[in-house]
Design a protein around this ligand. Structure first.
Ligand code: BJW
Ligand code: ZN
Length: 251
């Protein structure tokens, strides 16, 4: 089998030896499925204003508008499927002794692809949460109507995602911190590394001596200091990484 020169010897060595491998994903991983990213030329924040749609204040001011935007995005998700990048991450989970996926994505595509242990930092767009009592509703179709959906307590339901200015679920965040602290190999894939606290994770991993690999179409906040930067589409690079891993196993 031909040796893949896209990945360094050190990366291959770490893949062989790491007891714990962690991948942090962002919107770029879903871009090849047709889910718009947030930033950049075609990003959602070019077309829509984050402060009018993705903050608790925006929801209080105009819940109808916020719901219209989320229903539009939910409907988009019905028409699309996971891409080769998502499936390659499932293969990595199967092939490595301990592989954990942390995602900022709310689209649920990793789980749909078959990833088993997904840490969803920013929630899931297909679920709802009461704005008043915080009760979670798991039915994705629950609110697909023109009237605003309500909880049994009378409070308005909202999508169960983390908006700007909101705290992330502490248990989920602690889990992400712990995984980042303990891994020997950390992948940052398809994220601009701008949004905190998710953006802290590669720094935490680096401080604890993990080997940091970035896979992204463009340079980001962390590109200057990562151990290895692989420029390109995650849907093309990740399947090659899986192939390289098969190669290691055969040799
Ligand atoms: C490809 C590709 C391909 C394309 N292959 N690559 C410290 C300093 C300053 C500010 C803060 C700070 N700490 C906290 C804050 C405030 C704020 C924040 O971080 N702001 C920054 C913008 C500066 N953070 C928060 O408010 C967080 N809460 C919090 O910290 O609570 C404590 C607190 C409370 C009160 C006050 C202060 C602190 C919550 C953040 C929640 C983020 N929510 C969103 C929306 C989710 C719901 C929804 O979807 O509607 O999450 S915002 C949006 O950004 C979404 C994403 O998960 C997140 C990250 O975006 P991501 O994934 O990186 O996407 P992009 O578009 O930015 O990048 C895509 C990348 O892919 C690009 O690099 C492309 O090149 C690449 N790409 N195609 C490979 N095919
Ligand atoms: Zn309620």
């Amino acid at each position: 089998m031909k040796k893949n020169t896209l990945f360094s010897e050190q990366l291959i060595q770490r893949l062989k030896e790491a007891h714990l491998v962690v991948a942090l994903t962002g919107a770029g991983v879903s871009a090849e499925s047709g889910v718009p990213t947030f930033r950049g030329a075609d990003g959602l924040w070019k077309q829509f204003r984050a402060e009018e749609l993705a903050t608790p204040q925006a929801f209080v001011k105009n819940p109808q508008l916020v719901w219209e935007w989320y229903n539009y995005r939910r409907n988009l998700l019905k028409k699309i499927d996971p891409n080769p990048g998502h499936y390659a991450l499932v293969e990595l989970e199967k092939a490595l002794a301990s592989f954990h996926l942390i995602t900022q994505n709310v689209d649920g595509l990793h789980t749909r692809a078959g990833s088993g242990k997904v840490v969803e930092l920013h929630g899931n767009i297909l679920r709802n949460k009461c704005f008043n009592c915080q009760k979670i509703y798991f039915e994705p179709e629950y609110n697909d109507s023109s009237t605003l959906p309500k909880c049994s307590c009378g409070g308005l339901l909202r999508p169960n995602v983390v908006w700007f200015g909101e705290m992330l679920d502490q248990e989920i965040l602690d889990r992400a911190y712990r995984l980042s602290e303990e891994c020997q190999l950390f992948f940052s894939i398809g994220t601009s590394s701008l949004v905190y606290p998710a953006a802290e994770l590669p720094y935490i991993a680096k401080r604890n001596k993990a080997y940091i690999v970035e896979i992204n179409l463009e340079k980001t906040e962390i590109s200057g200091w990562v151990n290895e930067r692989i420029a390109g589409k995650s849907g093309e690079i990740l399947p090659q990484l899986v192939e390289s891993l098969k190669c290691i196993r055969m040799n």
